[in-house]
Write a protein that binds this ligand. Sequence first.
Ligand SMILES: O=C(O)CCC(=O)C(=O)O
Length: 228
Amino acid sequence: MALELPFDGAGVPPDLPPGFQYLPQRFDAAAQKALLDEVLAAIDAAGTPFAHGTMPRTGARLSVAGTNLGPLGWLADQRKGNGYVRHHPETGRPWAPIPAALLALWDEVADYPAEPEACLVNYYDAKAKLALHVDWDEEATDAAVVSVSLGDDALFRLGGPRRGDPTRSMRLKSGDVVVLGGPSRRRHHGVDRIYPGVSDLVPGGGRINLTLRRVTIPRILAKPFISG
Ligand SMILES: O=C(O)CCC(=O)C(=O)O
């Protein structure tokens, strides 16, 4: 069952599930531009350009193009499977660092005792979409996923832990932040469509989404080793 909430970005959608946070306009217009400029310049300087991943089973090309920031970057690759790597698959260069504004956001909303290690940078053109999925390639699945929308609006779909669970949709705007934490960390989510031409923030149009993730279990939470 798909339930589309009568929600146009103003106010908080009703009945948000536990652990799911929606922070409309967490970044104002100036902060959005500063963040996007910094992200695009960092990707350029690092030599880690956007590329289309492939689906593990079918090899189909993802419509979303992606790159990463941070010590680890997530890749979808039919030959190698999905997972985290330290270097860009084509240029071999390490990913650029995660900008301070995103680390500050994580500190504010993730409620986690260690920094994020990966920031996926997804580019959606007018036709791109992202199928319902759960982010589950991380060891630290107790850490929230924090997502920032920049540029054109997106119809974001949120489901439940099982693929067939009921879903709801919300229209995310540039500057909005959503957090999938606690029990919502296991929820399916995806992007059904982009609303092209709504924003002129992204050069050439489109939407950029940044998702922050902690990948490894931080030392502070690792089980102590007891010898003897
Ligand atoms: O673009 C979005 O809003 C969602 C991104 C996402 O689900 C992901 O990167 O796993």
